[in-house]
Design a protein around this ligand. Structure first.
Ligand code: AHR
Length: 497
């Protein structure tokens, strides 16, 4: 049995967590929209065609923001195709994913769905095949009340009030040569700056996300961020990071250390932002939007018919170790919540997603749904930089990997304190002593765990056995609380005043 110690104080604040760190993503890709959130005729569909069973699973997580409509899709998207009378909307060949896009769901449907799902939009503009002109037109359509061409067009489409979308992405993964309209850092920096300028002329209240690298292994990583930011620094508010993780070589010990890779990535991007800030002697600070992250590899190589509509693509079936890594990534992002203000688990339904559906059938929670739900539910308030003393190990790709990783979140309004912890040791229990320095009167109430499953155990439509269990913590504790963390476990330890 191993031992660890976590010391927490209200004084150890990292930041007030921006709830948008629990965001997600819906792209026009595979069955994310069609057969996922939208399926007219489904027994659970409401009068808009929105699946109520899916909405209820989403509401249970409490997703504050959803990025839309892509992803690679947005770089070839004509937003006008998705508004106005449905019978007039064109069917298009969708070149990012080699499918056919029926356009029966578009901007106004998405905005209506956001209301139903109790979430806010994070809208991406197409800076691939299109540019600043289309971005400003879409913004006018969405955010201007009336009296201009596009605002009146929206009203003629039956949407009287503006959508008032606050958060916008300036394109998607423009550094990647697979991207339609891929751009060098200089080409992108220029167009992003001009688009940002025009969008802020139209609506100064919008917040804009500049594309960073598609992942930290891109050859241009670092330089792309620096160049694009140097050309647009004053006009943008966030820079994006995307990272997907895999266990293709089936080295689970190494896989569970990969949250460290994301942390290095985050630290490097913060340095780049602050380097430019320092050079410019400006007060303006750029924050981070990790607007695509997840495990993604199980579905690689899946076959589908080219130009089919809503095929089964990127439908990763997640296992227990994936859920542990998702928990570790959430902990890593919370540790940097002073700068990571937005993050999107990619994606939300069917496509590399915590929620799966059958066309015409059931909806269910994948393994990764649970840590995501716990973090969103209990991880609101102040992230605390606790002092963690724990044993360590090495893996193939990482040194000094802590056996326990952990973060504490203090919800001052609800007088609740939650410790999220993962024991990534394969064999041994770890007894975590939680030393609450100045949390007088806080008592442990519950330990929620995901533990005891085969590392490759999955949930399927009729078997949701990988799910959390709540253990009461009703022992009498003094100032030091000792909590057993089982080998390979995700733990949510809740204290209440
Ligand atoms: O989320 C799936 C895809 O991954 C997105 O379309 C793209 O932005 C990224 O490469």
């Amino acid at each position: 049995m191993k031992k660890s110690k976590l010391t927490i104080s209200k004084d150890y604040k990292i930041a007030k967590i921006d709830n948008r760190i629990y965001g997600s993503f819906i792209e026009h890709l595979g069955r994310a929209v069609y057969g996922g959130i939208y399926e007219p005729g489904h027994p659970e569909a409401d009068e808009n065609g929105f699946r109520k069973d899916v909405i209820s699973l989403i509401k249970n997580i409490d997703v504050p923001v959803v990025r839309y409509p892509g992803g690679n899709f947005v770089s070839g998207y004509n937003w006008e195709d998705g508004v106005g009378p449905v019978e007039n909307r064109p069917r298009r060949l969708e070149l990012a994913w080699s499918t056919t896009e029926p356009n029966t769901f578009g901007t106004n449907e998405f905005m209506k769905w956001c209301k139903e799902a109790n979430t806010a939009p994070m809208m991406a503009v197409n800076l691939g095949t299109r540019g600043p002109d289309d971005a400003r037109n879409l913004l006018e359509y969405c955010n201007i009340e009336k009296g201009s061409y596009y605002s009146d067009l929206r009203r003629s489409h039956g949407v009287e009030k503006p959508h008032n979308i606050k958060l916008w992405c300036l394109g998607n993964e423009m550094d990647g040569d697979w991207q339609m309209g891929h751009k060098t850092a200089v080409e992108y920096g220029r167009i992003a700056n001009e688009t940002a300028k025009i969008m802020k002329y139209m609506d100064p209240s919008v917040e804009l996300v500049l594309c960073g690298s598609s992942n930290s292994y891109m050859k241009t990583f670092g330089d792309y961020e620096k160049t694009a930011l140097e050309m647009s620094y004053d006009k943008v508010d966030y820079i994006s990071l995307h990272q997907y993780f895999n266990n293709s070589d089936n080295d689970s010990k190494n896989f569970l250390a990969k949250s460290m890779e994301l942390e290095e990535y985050i630290k490097t991007v913060i340095c780049i932002c602050d380097f430019i800030k320092g050079k410019r002697h400006t007060k303006h600070e750029i924050n981070l939007s990790v607007d695509e992250w997840n495990v993604w590899y199980h579905s690689h190589g899946a076959k589908f018919d080219r130009w089919s509509e809503a095929p089964h693509i990127l439908e990763d079936v997640y296992n227990f170790e994936d859920a542990l890594l998702v928990g570790l990534i959430l902990i890593a992002m919370l540790r940097h919540s002073d700068r990571v203000k937005v993050a999107c688990l990619a994606q939300l339904v069917n496509v590399i997603a915590p929620i799966m559906t059958e066309n015409g059938g059931k909806a269910w929670a994948q393994t990764i749904y649970w840590p995501y739900m716990h973090a969103s539910k209990y991880g609101r308030g102040y992230a605390l930089n606790g002092v963690l003393e724990t044993t360590k190990h090495d893996t193939k790709g990482f040194s000094d990997v802590t056996d326990i990783d952990s973060i504490a979140v203090w919800n001052d309004e609800g007088e609740e304190l939650t410790v999220f912890a993962v024991n990534r040791d394969f064999e041994e229990d770890n007894i975590l002593s939680v030393n609450l320095k100045d949390f007088d009167g806080y008592k442990p109430v519950e330990q929620i765990v995901l533990e005891g499953f085969d590392i490759k155990a999955e949930n399927t439509v009729n078997n949701g056995s990988v799910k959390p269990l709540s253990k009461p913590l009703d022992n009498v504790y003094e100032s030091v609380k000792e909590i057993k963390l089982s080998p390979l476990s995700w733990n949510v330890i809740r204290f209440k005043k």
